[in-house]
Design a binder for this molecule. Structure first.
Ligand code: PCD
Length: 806
């Protein structure tokens, strides 16, 4: 069969465009060990840098003696704050408008903080030299509890700004207070709460955790003194933003800086920010004139690069006696650690936490977030989360469960009566967002039907009877969750990072033979962009996906973009890809018209070609048009076939989903087993269903980890108690259940192809589903709220506190 005899459907299928379960093109490389990660970059004469880190969470640095380290053969330099100070690089700006020490300047504020940077001929010598650096500390009182940090006589953590009354986000009222962020209508919400039939009040804690990508953070900095050009290979989720930041803080002209994100072994938000390791490597390369590599080990990654969550969320919810929610009130105490290095768009010091009204039509709401300094690592990254959405979803999904208990109602039914209805979209939420589209009732009903919810509840009731009669020691929990995400930052008018508007970009070049290369401002860390973005182009341009190369991550070649995190690649760069393709198609139409000697308007697009209307035998394929673009002198048209689009989305996209988790819990050991997990995701138009399923599996497994054990825990001295993978829970195949995935499709009305993001959704919706399952198992015995992570010991303690151990 030639392409002339194929039907349009057959031709469309051969393109492997949108909707196709196309196999990941990246995997050919990855599964053969041919990936090229930062630690694979090896340059002639390359040195290795390693940190001396603080063993104390709060201490004055009295002296640093590096003589013995410097004397070790093979050690080239030891950098301290004193060396960086003349360059103005001993502190650096953070994404949240604060500043952070690059190397300890007089004191340290968290365990694992960077104190000195040793540069040696190789990694082993560097490690030996780290041991030889003598640092004299004077211990200071430690605060790891954000509530204690705000007491009047709490120790002063940030001496550098202790008298500063204004912070980056408004007034500061205490020496350890960072900001207060208020949204919504306080008075109206208080009134609704005071007059409500029913109210519930509870403290919901989302514990501190940490993204755990397979590859830790690192970079190779190489300053070429002959050309004046600085090249940095690194684990960067936002390479262009890093280039601009490096230029602004180093004074090196931006065109002389080239940032390359090669293959990245997972990001999960951990690789969004700028870390002292990057700054020190660049400085060390400039000082030594040789390339310098810095790669974290696992403990360093867990202890010092950006943490996630750590929110204490006090909630109050009001409803009528038949279950109609009338108001929501929330106060968050946000523990930001020693420096405010949260990775959020500038105007949002608590990210998009104000999506905390969730999937419900709540007329009145008020939110207040207080940011606090403590002696913990800085960060506050969106670990598989669009800037604090995960915390928000957990908060509202717990509050709804608590309200169901108070009303003695079924939690699924309570959700159903409060969902925003399909006809209410676009929906303006009480806390300021405009949800683009949704159909929650359809998704919810589909989910409940798929798991046979009524039957599960009957089984649960029988189980409770059996338990009470002594016939079983296992309880059954049915964990429900309906979440609404907000992804695709975006719009430049309200979202920027360090003043850089959050648009994204795609540049396409069609080659004479009809194959193509597309370059984007985003960067894949495992999501499969090279596969999926080619699919968008295949559908838009009629070029087979296999004939399209997708390239990301090199700032010398890619158009400027803000990178990949917050599930923004599909909503923003995906839109730019479609828009750039449409520019190409518009030019292709003019070329086809000239070749066919008809007017542009006499042509119509048919999968991979322009056809003369009413004369289907007269057409030009995209392949023919591409060649003509390079070999015909067409009056009024430039040769070539290229386009670029910088896309500023008009709104964010609001994916949603309905999850059900069925969990068995052993009351005597606290052990749990996920018996069933059903996940329905609606991310609008689906580009690659197979990749979406993979994303959902991965995100759910991370959610399982967080809900059931993963935690960065500190003792009262500020020691990290979970700094290795022996203590930090990473689920294996043993704990990971079989997931059943499903979907509905509610396209985004403003996205050119109707797609919404999906990568984060399973984490956002998964954590409440797992946690609610634990809570639900004990609901009949009076449990209201038990904080995560629900490890065996904590579950055992719930049973103990409820008197279930007899
Ligand atoms: N998709 C499709 N369709 C739709 C959507 C989507 O198909 N509708 C697909 C795409 O294309 C891609 C994926 O899927 O491929 C994803 O997407 P999104 O959602 O847009 O996202 P992005 O932007 O791309 O990415 C990001 C995300 C995030 S955010 C995270 S965390 C994670 C996720 O992604 N990470 C990761 N996933 C993943 N995977 C992997 N493998 N690795 C990684 O690292 Mo953040 O904020 O950063 O925290």
């Amino acid at each position: 069969m030639t392409d002339q005899t194929m039907t349009p459907e057959e031709r469309a299928a051969s393109l492997e465009g949108m909707g196709c379960r196309r196999k990941r093109v990246e995997d050919v490389r990855f599964t053969q060990g041919k990936g090229n990660y930062v630690d694979d970059v090896k340059l002639p004469g390359m040195l290795f840098g390693a940190f001396v880190r603080s063993p104390y969470a709060h201490a004055r640095v009295k002296s640093i003696d590096a003589e013995a380290a410097k004397a070790l053969p093979g050690v080239v330099a030891v950098l301290t704050a004193a060396d960086l100070a003349p360059l103005g690089l001993h502190w650096m700006p953070t994404l949240a408008g604060d500043k952070q020490m690059v190397l300890a300047d007089g004191k340290v504020l968290f365990q694992g903080q960077e104190v000195a940077f040793v540069v040696a001929e190789d990694r082993y010598l560097a490690a030996d030299a780290v041991e030889l650096v003598e640092v004299e500390y004077e211990e200071l009182p430690v605060v790891t509890d954000p509530f204690k940090a705000l007491e009047p006589d709490a120790p002063v953590l940030r001496e550098d700004i202790k008298d500063q009354k204004e912070g980056a986000h408004g007034p500061r009222r205490h020496h350890n207070h960072i900001f207060t962020w208020e949204q919504g209508d306080r008075d109206a919400t208080e009134k609704v709460l005071a007059e409500a039939d029913v109210t519930v009040e509870e403290m919901i804690h989302y514990h501190r955790t940490h993204p755990c990508p397979l590859e830790t953070c690192g970079c190779v900095a190489s300053m070429d003194k002959a050309t004046g050009k600085l090249t940095v290979w690194g684990t960067f989720q936002a390479p262009h933003a890093i280039r601009t930041v490096v230029s602004l803080i180093s004074g090196i002209a931006e065109h002389n800086i080239r940032i390359i994100s090669p293959d990245i072994g997972g990001g999960f938000g951990n690789k969004v920010g700028a870390y002292p390791g990057y700054v020190c490597s660049v400085v060390a390369s400039i000082v030594t004139g040789r390339p310098v590599k810095w790669i974290e080990n696992r403990m360093e990654n867990l202890m010092s690069t950006a943490f996630a969550r750590d929110y204490w969320m006090k909630g109050r919810i009001a409803a009528t006696k038949d279950g109609r929610i009338t108001g929501l009130w929330c106060h968050v105490t946000a523990d930001h650690g020693g420096f405010d290095a949260c990775a959020d768009p500038t105007k949002f010091p608590a990210g998009f936490f104000n999506i905390c009204t969730g999937s419900y039509d709540i007329p009145t709401a008020y939110l207040c977030v207080d940011g606090v300094y403590t002696n913990k690592a800085p960060g506050g990254v969106a670990y598989r989360c669009s800037f604090r959405v995960t915390e928000a979803a957990y908060f509202i999904e717990r509050m709804v469960e608590l309200l169901a208990i108070e009303l003695n109602m079924d939690a699924a039914e309570l959700r159903r009566i409060n969902f925003i209805r399909k006809e209410q979209f676009p929906y303006a939420s009480a806390l300021g967002w405009e949800y683009d589209s949704g159909d929650y009732h359809t998704a919810w009903d589909k989910a409940l039907k798929a798991v046979d919810y009524e039957w599960l509840r009957r089984e649960q009731a029988r189980r409770i009877e059996d338990f009470k009669a002594g016939r079983t020691r296992k309880l059954l929990g049915i964990g429900l969750s309906h979440f609404t995400e907000i992804v695709g930052a975006g719009p430049v008018k309200n979202c920027d990072i360090l003043g850089l508007g959050m648009f994204d970009s795609c540049e396409i070049r069609i080659h004479p033979t009809g194959s193509a290369i597309a370059r984007l401002g985003t960067i894949s860390q495992g999501q499969g962009h090279a596969t999926t973005f080619a699919q968008i182009l295949a559908s838009e341009l009629g070029i087979p996906a296999s004939d399209i190369t997708v390239e990301e991550g090199d700032t010398d070649t890619a158009p400027y973009g803000l990178g990949t995190y917050g599930s923004r690649s599909t909503p923003v760069a995906g839109a730019a890809t479609a828009m750039a393709a449409r520019k190409i198609r518009a030019k292709a139409q003019m070329i086809a018209a000239w070749l066919l000697e008809v007017h542009d308007d006499d042509l119509e697009w048919d999968v991979d070609r322009f056809v003369v209307k009413g004369a289907p035998e007269r057409f030009k394929t995209m392949k023919e048009i591409a060649f003509a673009a390079y070999n015909q002198a067409i009056p009024g048209l430039e040769p070539g076939l290229e386009a670029v689009s910088y896309y500023d989305p008009p709104n964010m996209t609001y994916p949603f989903g309905a999850y059900v988790c069925v969990m068995e819990i052993d009351v005597d050991t606290g052990e749990w087993k996920v018996r069933q997990f059903y996940a329905l995701d609606d991310c609008g138009t689906r580009i690659n269903p197979m990749i979406i399923e993979g994303q959902v599996h991965g995100g759910l497994t991370e959610a399982l980890a967080i809900a059931m054990g993963q935690e960065i825990a500190y003792d009262e001295m500020g020691n990290v108690k979970t700094g290795t993978l022996m203590d930090f829970f990473i689920p294996t195949a043993w704990e990971t259940p079989n997931y059943v995935t499903d979907h509905t499709v509610t396209p985004s009305p403003h996205h050119p192809i109707g797609a919404k993001g999906v990568g984060e959704s399973p984490n956002v919706g998964g954590v409440p589903a797992f946690s609610n399952a634990v809570h639900d198992a004990f609901r009949a015995f009076g449990l209201r709220q038990a904080h995560m992570p629900h490890d065996h010991w904590r579950i055992w303690r719930i049973a103990e506190n409820l008197g279930l151990h007899g």
